[in-house]
Design a protein around this ligand. Structure first.
Ligand SMILES: [Zn+2]
Length: 439
């Protein structure tokens, strides 16, 4: 008899993402139940077997699933969720036809986020990001990757990564950090990109590694930003510090980022809107995950990555939100799964049969290939299925259902003179002063 201190019953379907545990590639258990002990899942199976196999300890919590579908938490493997300032006005400009260059000339674009982020303190950044992570959790994401890349000086990059570390302590979503100092060339290095790469390699990376502030290294490898040669140099340097490469590749121009990812045995190559299919096939051979970010293509009005063609190479495909203030202002990882990532290229079975749709609509079990959810996001983190799966011994999502904000106390203004601009420009009424649940 297995002892449990938390039991969830009355789930119309339980999606385990373990084919051996249920039906189909998602391992769906009809009328499933879950038992956990000490924060770990210790049993999953049909509710009809629960009483015979699981015993509740005194005081155990019981949750009525009320006929909902139970899903593993989403893993969002590509976000820029820490930033200051707001770029919402850019959406209006873009809707009126302004180009990225025109927006940048008007003081917008990524460098406007850099200015605001540099002006913010670490605590400002934490305060701004906390409600975003509550939104992330409300949308079902329980693990998130967050990049630096809006500081672009050693001190500001470290500040962003320290904010990510603090965020991990303050709230229940599991946070993984990526050093992305080569996200853009800062204005003070305009026309001297190689000199900035020197700074990234010689000063930033050692400082990040010394403080063990990141697990991964990222580069915006793109025409007009960082070349293949520069990206290789940064990613190689990151590898020498034990940081695995996962980087922005072939988003706007076919530069060969996918091929580079294969050559370096990167963890993932991300975006890939313009990647050559033959390069993606090389990624498959090298075990590199293709991380697609359909939300960005949606917001920018660009064609989606040809996911179906990629899948035909056998490459592992993951979806992430690319949550950022300029081109994908939303952390809804589940929604990204329903952005028809293979529009025009294949039948995306997201409506209404995909797992994330079920989560939202409570409809029936998926039919047909669910390539996007059948290949969930954990692997771009290099974490196997330790997170995105419900099986005995796996981590229990620390929250379920509606997210609750951490304990909050009266707001204090960290800088004593008006608050920094906030997500959606709605002032945050409180500032957390104590960890929600120390980890
Ligand atoms: Zn990105």
């Amino acid at each position: 008899m297995i002892s449990a201190d938390l039991i969830v019953t009355n789930l119309a379907e339980l999606v385990t993402c373990e084919p051996a545990l249920g039906e189909g590639p998602l391992g769906v258990i009809t009328r499933g139940a879950i038992a956990a002990a000490g924060g770990r899942i210790v049993w999953v199976g049909p509710e009809s077997r629960l009483a015979a196999e699981v015993g509740a300890v005194p005081g155990a919590q019981r949750i009525d699933g009320r006929g909902a579908v139970g899903l593993p938490g989403f893993v969002d493997s590509h976000t820029h969720a820490i930033f200051a300032g707001s770029r919402e006005e850019e959406y209006a400009l873009r809707a009126r036809g302004a180009s990225y260059q025109e927006i940048a000339a008007a003081g917008g674009g990524i460098l406007s986020t850099v200015r605001a982020t540099r002006a913010a303190s670490r605590d400002d950044l934490v305060e701004l990001a906390l409600p975003r992570l509550m939104t992330v959790l409300a949308h079902g994401t329980t693990t998130i990757e967050i990049k630096s890349g809006y500081g672009l000086t050693t001190a500001d990059e470290l500040k962003m990564l320290e904010a990510a570390r603090r965020l991990a302590e303050l709230q229940p979503v599991e946070v993984h950090s990526t050093f992305c100092g080569a996200h853009e060339v800062p204005p003070e290095f305009k026309g001297r990109t190689d000199a900035y790469v020197d700074l990234v390699v010689d000063e930033m990376l050692p400082a990040v590694a010394e403080r063990t502030l990141a697990e991964y290294v990222d580069v915006f490898c793109e025409e007009g930003v960082f070349s293949i040669t520069q990206a290789r140099r940064i990613l190689d340097a990151g590898a020498s510090y034990g940081l695995r490469a996962k980087f922005h590749a072939d988003e706007f121009v076919t530069l060969g980022g996918a091929e580079l990812a294969a050559e370096l045995h990167a963890l993932s190559a991300d975006h890939l809107l313009k990647a050559r299919v033959e390069d993606v096939a090389k990624m498959k051979e090298a075990g590199v995950t293709a991380a697609l970010l359909p939300g960005t293509a949606f917001f920018l009005g660009l064609p989606y990555a040809p996911a179906r063609k990629f899948l035909e190479t056998g490459v592992r495909v993951a979806l992430a939100s690319d949550f950022n203030p300029g081109s994908s202002m939303g952390p809804n990882r589940a929604g990204r799964s329903c952005t028809r990532p293979v529009r025009g290229e294949a039948t995306c079975r997201t409506q209404p049969s995909c797992a994330s749709s079920q989560a939202r609509h409570g409809v029936s079990r998926p039919r047909g290939p669910r390539y996007h959810e059948a290949r969930p996001g954990p692997r771009p983190h290099g974490r196997g299925l330790a997170v995105g799966s419900r099986r005995g011994g796996r981590g229990w999502p620390r929250r379920r259902g509606r997210a609750r904000a951490p304990p909050l106390a009266e707001r204090r203004d960290a800088r004593g003179q008006g608050a920094p601009a906030r997500y959606g420009q709605r002032p945050l009424p409180y500032l957390p002063v104590a960890p929600a649940r120390p980890r």
